[in-house]
Design a protein around this ligand. Sequence first.
Ligand code: 3HC
Ligand code: NAI
Length: 693
Amino acid sequence: MEYVISFTLEDNIAVIAIDSPPVNALGLAVRRGLVDAITRAEKDGAKAALIYAEGRTFPAGADIREFGKAPQPPSLPDVCARIEESDLLVVVAIHGTALGGGLEVALGADYRIAAPGSRVGLPEVLIGLLPGAGGTQRLPRLIGVEKAIGVITSGRQVGAAEALELGIIDRIEDGKPRETGLAYVREMLAQDAPRRPIRAMQAPAPVDFDAAYDAALKKARGQISPPYAVRGIQAACELGFDDGMARERALFRELMETDQRAALIHAFFGERAVSNLPELKGVAPRPVANVGIIGGGTMGAGIATAALLAGLDVVLLEMTVDAAAAAKARIVKNISGAQKRGKIDQAHFDHLTGTALKLSTDYDALAQVDLVIEAVFENMSVKKQVFARLDAVCKPGAVLATNTSYLDVNEIAAATSRPEDVIGLHFFSPAHVMKLLEVVVADRTAADVVATGFALGKRLGKVSVRAGVCDGFIGNRILLAYRTAADHMVLDGASPFQIDRVMRAFGFAMGPFQVGDLAGLDIGWATRKRLAPTRDPRERVPTYVDKLCEQGHLGQKTGLGYYIYGDGVPKENPEVLALIEAERKALGITPRDFSDEEILRRYMCAMVNESARVVGEGIARRPLDVDMVFLTGYGFPRYRGGPMKWADMDGLARILDDINTFAKADPYFWQPAPLLADLVTEGKAFDDLNKET
Ligand code: 3HC
Ligand code: NAI
């Protein structure tokens, strides 16, 4: 077994260092090493022990890669108990992030000291679990029930200052953890400080746990780990320490077996795997210190905001001086939002909205930028003109990116003499908030331009997913398919409001018609018009919404769409039902009832089928890439893992069966994706394709 714990004796203090890169996760070797080190410290006659970590962080948790494998002793709860029950005075020195099992180890100690920038937390609920090594038992004893519920059910990382205030740590000290930790131990020994095992602390006073459970369930929109954690904390109040630990263990084991846990861990590793691409291996990105942005509307202003907040200088080009002023006003509004949330101070605000941001109406201003992102109107001839101008003014080697939602990036690249420098960088609205960036790789895009797209995404804090060129790339193409399935259901008898309700109950933040109102009904209207000339006559497209658009009702931005927006909760718009009824009549459709279950099946089958096509055609490299697009850009419930993970768990054969059943009435729309049919024949899952790369 690898050597991951080092042990030295300094006077009468055992110095125990964890060294297991990259994040000192508490895998088997670390757990064994910690127990051995405590035993050795006791044998060697030490009076106290210091536990700290080498490298970038104190342990960031249990080793997630071990989940699902046969557990090997010592378990993490036993390690924490071993530390807590030792007669030694144990101090932990934290730096980086003491998370999950890492913080639980620290809670096994008598005292905790932390470096100023460090963060602590119990993020287990975020991967579908609850703290399983005493976190639900020790934290409430240390900081009280209400605060423990807040920390544990949110899974949030708590900064050192707040951790001190809450009483999770005892001291903040700048310096290397070995040195600050040793000084602290010496001081404690000199003072003859008592041992302070948390298990011996009084059980905290209970609260209304049923109410806390309901609140956690509601907040998590169907995710069960936060309410389970409430039950764990309840046990700390109602049972003795040992029985409480047993209860925590039982709840932990139960969660470990759930699809939600599998889905959330898929999401955790998926977000990291998306940028792990063979084509990027050994390819250095081009340096980017500043960016040019063309068009300062909704998207351009959002992208400029994200770039500025990431420390990049921005040159923004608009058509007129007035449009430039309006763009600046949007950016200033966004950045003052960051200031209000305490992310930046006044001096930083002044810099970002002053020196770091230049506005212009002249292309020459873009001559020296390292990367340009075009965000003008969604119109091919306008985009081509813009790229021809960029080709003329930009320095050699500048990356030329388009934020187009649907248009052919190859055609845009062909408007320049340097198609190898052209790429799609598809942000999502609001661009300074949404995590997703689709990096659209055209036929001739150079590898280092792809690498630059990913490097920029990382710098902006995005989850970047590689996409190939097609109408709508990964996300919007799949969206069109399931939105079409929803539209068909409306034509045949379902109401948009019922569909929205069903999809919210599934865990989406919003249903598809609410999303339509939010994005603007004119977007779908434009898509319908764009696709009309090439549309197959067998395709069924409802046009009732066009009538709202023609009257100037475009959704939220005009106060009226599927819903009526005013003060308070939006109301269903009855006019929509009348328009639908009229269209059904005109088409000779007798409406029928749809059960919630049928709505869900049709919606999800359409989504999965188109996802399979997108992977089969190589537009997305792996199923996990599709999943990450949906989790980070389309409000898909994270605890369901994304459409392809959900499909694996639901069973691909069942989905194919449903598609074949739906195809009996509409064989044109419900054509099974070849990849889906092949996987069912081979008895494989989408996840098998994730493992191949
Ligand atoms: N187990 C195994 N591997 C882990 C890990 C863990 N707990 N945490 C991170 N890693 C791996 C990542 O997969 C990544 O591997 P890669 O380089 O091969 O892709 C590498 O460590 C570095 O991680 P990041 O890329 O995420 O690095 P960052 O610096 O961006 O973030 C972090 C560091 C904040 C620690 C982040 O990784 C994180 O949040 N980790 C998970 C924390 C967590 O959920 N802990 C709870 C675990 S469950 C538990 O403890 C159960 C217990 O209660 C019994
Ligand atoms: P918008 O209409 O809000 O803004 C476009 C801006 O571009 C306007 O301010 C306009 O003055 C400016 N502009 C137009 N032609 C120009 C030119 N030749 N030179 C300089 N400036 C010019 O549009 P929005 O929503 O910001 O969309 C921009 C692009 O981003 C489109 O390609 C769209 O498809 C894409 N996109 C939009 C998303 C959205 O949710 N709105 C999401 C992702 C991509």
